[in-house]
Design a protein around this ligand. Structure first.
Ligand SMILES: NC(=O)c1ccc[n+]([C@@H]2O[C@H](COP(=O)([O-])OP(=O)(O)OC[C@H]3O[C@@H](n4cnc5c(N)ncnc54)[C@H](O)[C@@H]3O)[C@@H](O)[C@H]2O)c1
Length: 411
């Protein structure tokens, strides 16, 4: 009997992406099937990243917050459906569409094998801003001639694909389009990750719809790995902890990708400004008057392409009311900066699906998003997210404020 046990243990150890696992993990080594809306620069980085990390091991994988998250590795993610509206992307295999113009992000994994998944024509709605017609094709979206999808078409594609999670990477200001795809997600019975700043997870009405259907949701507006938001928040926290008073601050951002081109239309910016500003306000010791805080996308500079440059200035007072100021310049490739964060969001959603947990995932949303339904300090958000992985916290909305004093709630 003992011998049988040893042989069984040996046989039940399997090799998976550079690691040996015991059979108890076999059941969770399934693929995570995702659908993506918007095959732009962020999707390009995400899809490249999924392939890139397949060829890595835990030791040589740079740039991830988690190698193994709840038994899932980055390479376990599989894109099974995609939607776009650009004629250079619609109809192409996802592995090719991600490299089509106007995408301009860095290519760090050029050999992405064919996925067998064609990019479907989506529904345009307000995904396309009229001002974008005034730019050369190589810089802007070019609408496909294919017939637009109806809600029913989108739901059919999602259901047939077997996707479990839909990831929203639409342009800023796509209020109607985001709600359209969120509704299709609900009707298809899938989880939703809202990486852009139309408020869905942080809109109680929408969050309730996901809760009612028992479907997990993470959002809103992805917080890049080392981006302007997290850097600004960490600096604000430093001032708090060292007893310095912040009196004024700005964060100016420039870039040359379609995200920045789209944001030249100030009518589309309202929620982006709220999301970015609130991400900083929520960690200040004392909220600043609107006149003393300016945070936003600031200009479109085509030659910068996907390189984003951020300038942060903080003015304040130290010991004895003596004035000081701090200036920082951050230069990052914008889209890979969200890739690893997305890879984690996908795995958090998968864990929730496995556990049958629907509604807002508070800890992961606070850790990964700029405008979560509940803001926490970054340390608390990190702790809550880590506890979510081990299954320690399944906190409910009601007990949250008592758990973490001083948290701010996004309305
Ligand atoms: N880069 C980051 O780290 C980061 C951080 C936070 C938020 N975001 C947000 O993520 C979103 C995506 O960013 P990106 O740089 O990939 O943008 P992008 O402009 O490169 O891609 C947007 C894609 O959406 C497609 N699209 C437009 N309308 C559509 C519709 N109705 N249906 C289907 N597809 C449609 C476009 O053709 C394009 O391919 C933006 O809202 C951005 O603000 C990005």
């Amino acid at each position: 009997m003992q011998h049988f046990f040893y042989v069984f243990t040996l046989l039940s150890t399997i090799y998976h992406q550079g690691k040996f696992y015991h059979s108890r993990f076999i059941s969770i080594m399934k693929k995570i099937k995702v659908a993506i809306v918007g095959v732009g620069n962020c999707t390009s980085s995400l899809v490249q990243g999924i392939e890139y990390y397949k060829n890595k091991s835990e030791k040589d994988a740079i740039g991830l917050m988690h190698w193994d998250l709840g038994g899932y590795l980055p390479g376990d993610i599989e894109v099974v459906a995609a939607f776009d509206i650009d004629k250079r992307k619609v109809g192409k295999d996802v592995s090719e569409a991600i490299f089509e113009l106007p995408n301009c992000t860095v290519v760090f994994c050029k050999d992405v094998p064919k996925t067998g998944v064609r990019v479907n024509m989506g529904k345009i709605l307000d995904g396309f801003s009229d001002h974008m017609k005034n730019y050369e094709d190589k810089h802007t979206f070019v609408i496909s001639d294919e017939q637009e999808a109806s809600g029913e078409d989108v739901i059919n594609v999602l259901k047939e694909s077997g996707a479990e999670i839909l990831i929203n990477y639409l342009p800023v200001g796509s209020e109607k389009a985001t709600k359209f795809y969120a509704d299709c997600t609900l009707k298809s019975g899938m989880a939703f990750i809202n990486n852009m700043p139309v408020f869905i997870a942080s809109n109680p009405e929408w969050a309730e719809k996901f809760k009612d259907k028992g479907l997990p949701i993470i959002g809103d507006d992805i917080k890049a790995q080392i981006g302007a938001t997290i850097t600004h928040r960490v600096l604000a926290d430093l001032f708090n902890k060292r007893g310095a008073k912040i009196e004024r601050t700005y964060q100016l951002n420039t870039g040359g990708n379609t995200d920045f081109l789209n944001m030249l239309n100030s009518d589309r910016l309202a929620s982006k400004k709220v999301s970015k500003t609130e991400a900083v306000q929520s960690v200040l010791a004392e909220r600043l008057d609107a006149d003393n805080i300016h945070i936003g996308p600031s200009d479109y500079i085509p030659w910068q392409k996907d390189n984003k440059i951020c300038f942060i200035r903080i003015e304040g007072k130290l010991f004895g009311d003596v004035p000081m100021n701090l200036e920082l310049r951050l230069s990052v490739e914008d889209s890979p900066n969200s890739g690893g964060v997305s890879i984690d969001a996908i795995r958090f959603c998968k864990l929730a699906l496995e556990r049958g947990q629907g509604g807002i995932l508070y800890g992961p949303s606070a850790f990964l998003m700029k405008h979560p339904p509940k803001q926490f300090t970054d340390d608390e958000a990190y702790r809550l997210a880590e506890e979510f992985i081990t299954g320690e916290n399944n906190i409910s909305l009601k007990i949250l404020p008592e758990l973490v004093p001083g948290i701010n709630e996004n309305k």
